[in-house]
Design a protein around this ligand. Sequence first.
Ligand code: SF4
Ligand code: SF4
Length: 172
Amino acid sequence: MNSAYVYLQLYRLFDRITPLPLDCGELCDAACCSGEDSGMFLFPGEAEVFKLIEPEGFRIEYSDLTYDDGGVLRKTPILFCEGSCDRYMRPLSCRIFPLTPVLCEDGKIDIITDPRAKSVCPLAKTLHLSEYDKNFTNAVKKAFVLLAKNKHVNAFLHEYTKYINEFNRFFS
Ligand code: SF4
Ligand code: SF4
């Protein structure tokens, strides 16, 4: 199946669901969109969406986060924006922010507050996971339980989990 199609379907889970049932951008003047030189990781296959649609104001580069994908060393694409976008064009990283998936030792998906969000996002600084809109946390979990079944995404998530854990050590 075309990976762009899969991501476009997953995006729909977040069209009407946000971390809280209010516009949290009003709490912080959309701090997560206003950082300079900030990019969002694209999950394996997600770059296809942006190659297909080519929305204005986005560019893709490759980050230093590499992972072993069945013996092939891959670099993780990172999407840069200009600080505003059509919300229907947001990548998955923006839709799930300030949460993120990690792989547990038993291979299952866990959803946690993204430690990288704690310096920017008032929700990440103050809320326990149980205080987010349940529909939001459920949608994040559902998206990644599904994605993690794909061997390329799973290979990425192994490395990504180590990367996130490094941030967690710093913030805990
Ligand atoms: S930084 Fe946090 S509170 Fe602000 S818009 Fe982004 S997700 Fe909402
Ligand atoms: S892609 Fe959109 S939602 Fe994501 S950081 Fe850029 S402006 Fe914000």
